[in-house]
Each structure stands twice: as C-alpha cells, then as structure tokens.
Write a protein that binds this ligand. Sequence first.
Ligand SMILES: NC(=O)c1ccc[n+]([C@@H]2O[C@H](COP(=O)([O-])OP(=O)(O)OC[C@H]3O[C@@H](n4cnc5c(N)ncnc54)[C@H](O)[C@@H]3O)[C@@H](O)[C@H]2O)c1
Length: 360
Amino acid sequence: MTAQELIREDIKEIISSIQKEAPKFEGQTVLISGGAGFLGSYIVSVFLELNKQFKKPCKVIAMDNFITGSKKNVINDVEKNLNFQFIEHDVRNPMPLNINADYLIHAAGLASPYYYRKFPLETIEVAVNGTKNFLEYARQKKIKSMLYFSSSEIYGDPNPNAIPTPETYWGNVSATGPRACYDESKRLGETLCATYHQLYNVPVKVVRPFNVYGPGMKVNDYRVIPTFMVKAIRGEALPVHDKGNQTRTFCYISDAIQGFLKILASDKNGEAFNVGTDDEEINMVSLANLVSQLSSKSVPVQLVSYPESYPAGEPQRRCPDISKIQNTLGYQPKVNLKTGLARTIAWYRDILEDDKTTFA
Ligand SMILES: NC(=O)c1ccc[n+]([C@@H]2O[C@H](COP(=O)([O-])OP(=O)(O)OC[C@H]3O[C@@H](n4cnc5c(N)ncnc54)[C@H](O)[C@@H]3O)[C@@H](O)[C@H]2O)c1
C-alpha cells in the first residue's frame, strides 16, 4: 500500500467508528489549531471526507504558525477542497473575530520533547495564552463545543499504584524541571478550561492523549516511534535512552482520533478524558526490537545515555486507565501494536523511498 492509501484507509476506519456522532457536524464550521501537525492534519482530513456523506458540507478552518508543522500538510487540502480554509496564525495572539466557528479544536502545541526543549517559552505560551485566546473566543461567540489538547504528561511520573492512571490522579510533576514547560503549561491550560467552564459555562472538554502514533508523523519529529522507524529503514542502530526499561502504551492514530471526536461531540462539558490504549504496555528495548523485526533490515538496538537535546526526568511508566471514555462514550481502540507499527513503517518506507523527505 502507498503512503496515501494507508492514510485514506485510516480515515475511512475513523469515519466508520464515529457514525453516531457524525451528524452533529453536518453544515457546521470546525476550527482546528495545529492543523498542519500530525493530529490536526488527520482531523482536517476526517472532516473533509465526512463531507462526502453530508448533504450540507461542514466548513473546515485550520490554523498553524508552522513552528513544527509542515506546509505540505495543508496545501494539498486547500488546493483540492472548497470547504477548507487555511489561516497562517500564531494562536498565542488573539483570534481573528471575523471567523464564525461552531466547533473549536485547540491542538496547536509543541508535542515532541525535542522541540519543547528547543522552544520552552513557545511551548508555555501556546498552551496558556493560546488556550485562553480560544476560550475567550468560545465565550464571546457561543460555540457548540471546544476540545483542548492536554497531555498524559500532566500526570508526570505517576506513583506505581496509579498505573494504569485514571483521570482522577492529580499527578507527580516538577514545576521547574526540564519538562516543566510542557507538563505545567498543559496543566494550566486545563485549569483555564475548568475556570471558563465554571465562570462562563463554556462547553469545553479536555483530552489527555497517551502516545499517539501512526503515518503522518514528521521524519524529524524526534518522538520515539518516528525516530526508530526512520533509523530502521535507513539501516541504522536504534538508540534507546538509558537502560530502556521505561514503558509506554502506544495508541494508533485511527483509534485516537475516534476518541477525540467522540469527546468533542459529547455533552461532557468541563470534563477531562484519557485517550489511548491500556493494552501492551511495552518497554523501550522491546519496542526497539519489535521495530527492528518489522523492518526488513533487522537493525541492532543500542543503549545510549540521554542526549543533551532530550529533556531529563522522563516518566518511568505510562499507561492509561481508559474506562471513563469506554463506559461513557463507547470508545474502543482496535489496532494492536504490531499492526499499527507495520502500517506506520510501511508509510515511512514509502515516503522515504520516494525521496519525499521534504515532508519533514
Ligand atoms: N501525538 C501525541 O501522542 C500527543 C500526546 C499528548 C498530547 N498531544 C498534544 O496534541 C496536540 C497535537 O499534537 P501532534 O502530535 O499533532 O503535534 P505536532 O507537533 O505534529 O503538531 C502541532 C502543531 O501545532 C503547531 N503550533 C505550535 N505552536 C503554535 C502556535 N503558537 N500557533 C499555531 N500553531 C502552532 C505546530 O506548527 C504543529 O503543526 C499538541 O497540543 C500536543 O501537545 C499529542
């Protein structure tokens, strides 16, 4: 399958899993920040594809300042689709009020540890000022629903008895450490959402994604899966930080987007939801071995000390309790790790072989 076919298949899968929620978006205007990024550009594609089943199309407006996002992610959509508008805008600045949106998705952020170490102030400001600007807009325009992208990182390095981690866990986070610019600003973003909901009844929901991966992550994203994939395809050793016994659970993109849109379409205002998978918690050495097996090159796994470019103090374990979203919104992740990794490596192989590395 080609890179484009893989993504098309994911989009179809997402659409089939949100049929109950889809009618809510018919004829509506959806505004997405971070629309040139990994999650944002998938969400844009889902709405544009949904239009094929709508009598009255929804209008999709994406915003991005391209600090890490790729212009290629949005240009294709703009050229191909009359219901899509792209606005180059830094969401740390007030929102243009001449836009009339019904649904807001605030997905702009510096998601990769490499980039939030490089841009700590931008990371804080997009989560705090950016979120406040979205909430102000939501208050003034009386929107139908807003989704704020927080992170599983708000839990910090959880106490072992809080694994799997439920939404009720308060977190174990440093206020000043090398990861604080991300973790603490996402936390304050959540506090702003809770406050705007309490004071002004803004219909905002919070999502805490747990390590979403899949086709579409930039070649130079520097999160663990893109790093392993690109190195494996190039026949290079897979660098595993420290002893490699830190664990994560990985949620395939089509499962995650299903969860995000179910939350957006719900009436769970003022609430926060974990989205991820509670299956297959895996340590980084095992993940590297799995990627090595899936790449036809069987590359070695190499333990390395933490590089200077990587923020120290990473959580030792990360695994969500997803019973809240399962029980209240009918979310069910379906793609197992091996299948998801195989699809992702096929996507990278296609874009790298075609020498489309400028995708980065
Ligand atoms: N992918 C995950 O596993 C994951 C996990 C937890 C949280 N999140 C959160 O979800 C959101 C999307 O993550 P992603 O994986 O798509 O990241 P990404 O880096 O691929 O995309 C984020 C996009 O936001 C844009 N952006 C950053 N600052 C901006 C600003 N001030 N104004 C306008 N645009 C700006 C970037 O250019 C980029 O296109 C982020 O807020 C991230 O923190 C993602």
